[in-house]
Design a protein around this ligand. Structure first.
Ligand SMILES: Nc1ncnc2c1ncn2[C@@H]1O[C@H](COP(=O)(O)OP(=O)(O)OP(=O)(O)O)[C@@H](O)[C@H]1O
Ligand SMILES: [Mg+2]
Length: 335
């Protein structure tokens, strides 16, 4: 199993069947103490409880247990991440048609010293040489300064204050960035400077999959043939199959008004066949509105500027495509 490297949808499919030997969503766990409340909350919220097991509390190290027929082994988060990085290195090398070993890592803004040190460890194991770390939102800002909306504003006015709103699979990150251009002795210098930032380490698109799966599970429970049977949500294997399908349904609901989830033999002979509307899903996601707004307001407070001083908002990350999420951001900015 460890010889296999799967990404994206294929990896999620594998997780549905072999959750206890499929490693996913590792980055947020990097450099975190096994005893920390974040680790427990993250493992719980992102459905990793069967895979990870708190090991060696004296060293506060988190390791993933790998059951095998003859013996059991375990891996640190750094070791697992190094496997992913080695694979990335291989595919970049293939693409560039030359050996690539230097890299610049874009890291989440919430990464402090211990996360960065652990990342250095993973890079070393993958035989990659880090030239530097750059904050993910700042990396996006640099890109927008080169070819995005920020460039246009700069040509016109010489400065721009942009809010970068980034909702990924596991975390939500907001940065307020000042772009400016100055010319000294005929030489133009473009600057990108973070004024303030805030994040919610436990809010991401993967959680939206669980919300959708929960709605579908409730429909399954309510279906007549389920009367008197235990709540499907107590069945971890069945729930994983629903979550895996929920991600696909979530993506369809970004463009369609309704989507169907069908799973044969979900529980014994009973099949799942449920329709979920965009409206139902949006209502389920509404619970995240206050957290989205809170993070945006904290980023503004950290920058020390009012919302009226923002010239432009740039949206980053797949999680923002879920129904109603962009409206939540607009509402948060209209306070
Ligand atoms: N069309 C879509 N509709 C809804 N959600 C989508 C869509 N496409 C992708 N997503 C979701 O976006 C998330 C992935 O986004 P992204 O690639 O920005 O995350 P990431 O950078 O890997 O995560 P993070 O920034 O949290 O580390 C997943 O939860 C995925 O299901
Ligand atoms: Mg991201």
């Amino acid at each position: 199993m460890l010889e296999e490297r799967l990404y994206q949808r294929d990896a999620h499919r594998a997780w549905a069947v072999h959750a206890n030997v499929t490693f996913a969503l590792l980055l947020p766990l990097l450099g975190k103490s096994a005893n920390s409340s974040f680790v427990r909350e993250y493992i719980n919220k992102f459905g990793l409880s069967e895979l990870f097991w708190i090991w060696n509390n004296t060293e506060a190290q988190l390791r993933a247990r790998v059951p095998a027929k003859d013996r059991e082994s375990s891996y640190s988060i750094e070791e697992l991440l190094a496997m992913v990085l080695r694979e990335a290195k291989k595919s970049v090398t293939r693409f560039a048609q030359e050996d690539v070993s230097n890299c610049v890592m874009a890291v989440p803004p919430q990464f402090g010293t211990s996360e960065r040190l652990a990342l250095l460890g993973a890079l070393k194991l993958a035989r990659l040489v880090p030239l530097g770390f750059v904050n993910q939102n700042l990396a996006a800002a640099i890109k927008y300064a080169i070819d995005g909306a920020a460039k246009e504003a700069m040509e016109k006015r010489g400065y721009s204050t942009v809010m970068y709103v980034n909702l990924g699979a596991t975390s939500f990150k907001v940065s307020v960035v000042n772009h400016s251009v100055s010319t000294v002795a005929g030489k133009r210098t473009d600057s990108v400077h973070t004024l303030g930032e805030a994040w919610d380490e436990l809010l991401g698109g993967r959680q939206f999959d669980f919300v959708l799966a929960n709605i579908v599970a409730e429909k399954f429970n309510a279906a007549s043939e389920q009367n008197g049977k235990p709540d499907i949500r107590l069945n971890a294997v069945a729930m994983r199959r629903i979550v895996e399908k929920a991600e696909e349904a979530k993506e369809r609901l970004s463009v369609a008004n309704a989507s169907r989830i069908s799973i044969d033999h979900l529980l014994g002979d009973t099949n799942l066949d449920a329709e979920i509307t965009r409206e139902e899903f949006e209502a389920g996601l509404a619970q995240f509105g206050p957290r989205i707004q809170g993070t945006i307001l904290r980023a503004l407070a950290d920058a020390g500027i009012p919302v009226g001083a923002i010239d432009d908002v740039e949206l980053i990350g797949g999680g923002l495509r879920a129904p109603g999420v962009q409206e939540m951001i607009t509402n948060a900015l209209n306070v």
